[in-house]
Design a protein around this ligand. Structure first.
Ligand SMILES: Cc1cc2nc3c(=O)[nH]c(=O)nc-3n(C[C@H](O)[C@H](O)[C@H](O)COP(=O)(O)OP(=O)(O)OC[C@H]3O[C@@H](n4cnc5c(N)ncnc54)[C@H](O)[C@@H]3O)c2cc1C
Length: 462
């Protein structure tokens, strides 16, 4: 085996290329991408639009020259049109439209995901944007700079919609956000989402819950958004952030199997059902170790890890993807919301017996200046005592993401709630308490394990 070809130069594709090179110094590696922005941080787009990252070029994880120093051949602007698994070749159009035929011994598909928002009538009108790739970010930036919109509607109250609400607000735009569900951030339990909704509303973002947007029309200089029950309002621009679907068209045409949410089915070695073809990132199903099954959870953190496994295995190694536990974090204004594992409703649907407590605790000893309250929800299984999930909401600077990572590590290792209370975690008054809030939450769970799920306001206890 001496030639690896990778389709896609984002998180999964680049991670695969670098890991393959690290594992095998002599293999030939070629990476093709339809776009012209290899190895850019899509996750950073909201911070470029907000102005916090002033130059789009700064979003590059690595410049192309740095990547080529690893002896990897990059072909940006190359759209792969066909895979011929029989003769082990791909056909790609280069930027001039010329078709190139490239042989492979092992192929890695990292074609990512595409937005689903096109289903809303009005998609394509000037001033209506999607936000998935660098090209779209640059278009949006140009529009805001040249047209100075004063009002915007964001469709979708997930983490991208929320990050963009802050970004546009920072640009002086009056922001409304329409969410189909009862509150924002459906990846959190509703009471936690509600706290986040209030935090956004207090900054002047208008949050319209249970507001499905049915269509958009051009009305003179503005865009009119309407729902099932009539008009929602008129806006200078509209951003659709209603989720993604896996980009699997190339794979499906050669009989690669798909599964959950139409994503490519892979085994834990990131192999598809077609010999010597691997896949990773937003285009594949993800092994969800907590539920012992595959799911679809497109995230950059996961794409990097899956890409590494695919790259190492394609280069001759033998590694398995250990799976995710559903960990995610987002910063909105000065608030940070993080989750890992299952929500109570998800645990119930999976046939578990979840019991959860929510409490409010200071992030460090109250006597030391700057202590901030954080809300913690911990979910455990009443039958087994196992930790099932956790959610934390609080201020930036309160180590929210690293605290959720303690829970994520516990979930990865299958710890019980009682085990968490026993962990040897660090303590100094400016940063924590002798019982870190994570452990205090575990102790409260253990104390109330026999009571109904509830909220336990123990502010000021530690
Ligand atoms: C605004 C925003 C913010 C985000 N923030 C976070 C965050 O904070 N944390 C987090 O974990 N995740 C975040 N994500 C998600 C994260 O960006 C994705 O999970 C990640 O980019 C997926 O990487 P990927 O390599 O699988 O696919 P993609 O990034 O979708 O890249 C796909 C690649 O495939 C190429 N391609 C597709 N089809 C072809 C073809 N036919 N021929 C050649 N090339 C092709 C594309 O050109 C591209 O290079 C965010 C996403 C967005 C949009």
């Amino acid at each position: 085996m001496n030639r690896i070809v990778i389709i896609g130069a984002s998180d999964a594709g680049i991670s695969a290329a670098l890991s393959a090179r690290e594992y095998n110094r002599s293999t030939e590696i070629h990476v093709l991408s339809a776009d012209n922005f290899p190895n850019f941080s899509i996750c950073g787009i909201p911070f470029f639009i907000s102005g916090e990252v002033p130059e789009w070029q700064n979003l590059a994880h690595r410049r192309i020259g740095e990547l080529e120093a690893f002896d990897i051949d990059f072909l940006p602007g190359h759209n792969v049109r066909e895979i011929d698994a029989g003769s082990r070749q791909i056909l790609a159009s280069d930027p001039a439209g010329t078709t190139k035929q490239i042989d492979y011994d092992r192929l890695i598909i990292g074609t990512g995901a595409v937005p689903v928002s096109q289903k809303i009538p009005g998609y394509g009108l000037p001033g209506v944007f999607l936000l998935r790739f660098m090209e779209e970010a640059l278009e949006l930036q140009k529009f805001i700079t040249e047209r100075s919109p004063s009002s915007a509607l964001i469709i979708g109250g997930g983490y991208i919609g929320m990050e963009m609400a802050e970004a546009l607000h920072r640009r002086g735009i009056s922001v409304s956000l329409a969410e189909i569900g009862p509150t924002v951030m459906p990846t959190l339990d509703p009471d936690m989402g509600e706290i986040l909704r209030e935090a956004l509303a207090s900054r002047g973002v208008q949050i319209l819950t249970q507001t499905p947007v049915a269509g958009i029309e051009q009305a003179k200089d503005t865009l009119l958004a309407s729902g099932q029950n009539g008009p929602i309002g008129s806006f200078d621009m509209i951003l659709m952030a209603t989720g993604v679907r896996p980009e699997t068209s190339l794979a499906e045409r050669i009989g690669i199997h798909t599964g959950t949410a139409g994503a490519i089915r892979v085994n834990r070695r990131m192999e598809t059902n077609v010999s010597d073809i691997y896949a990773a990132g937003d285009c594949v199903e993800t092994w969800y170790r907590l539920l012992d099954r595959y799911d679809y959870m497109p995230l950059g953190s996961t794409a990097h890890k899956q890409g590494r496994i695919a790259g190492i295995n394609a280069a001759g190694g033998d590694m398995e993807f250990k799976g995710i536990v559903g960990t995610q974090v987002v910063k909105i204004f000065d608030q940070v919301a993080a989750r890992t594992g299952l929500k109570e409703s998800e645990a119930e649907s999976a046939g578990m017996t979840p019991f959860s407590v929510r409490l409010t605790l200071p992030d460090h000893k109250r006597y030391y200046p700057g202590a901030q309250d954080m809300h913690i929800r911990i979910i455990g299984d009443l039958k087994t005592g196992r930790l099932l999930g956790a959610q934390i909401l609080g201020r930036i600077g309160s180590e929210i993401s690293k605290r959720i990572d303690i829970f994520a590590t516990a979930l990865h290792c299958g710890l019980t709630v009682a085990d968490i209370a026993e962990l040897d975690l660090s303590y100094t008054p400016p940063l924590s308490s002798p019982w870190d809030p994570v452990q205090e939450a575990a102790k409260v769970w253990l104390r109330h394990e026999k009571a109904p799920t509830g909220v336990f306001p123990i502010t000021g206890k530690t």
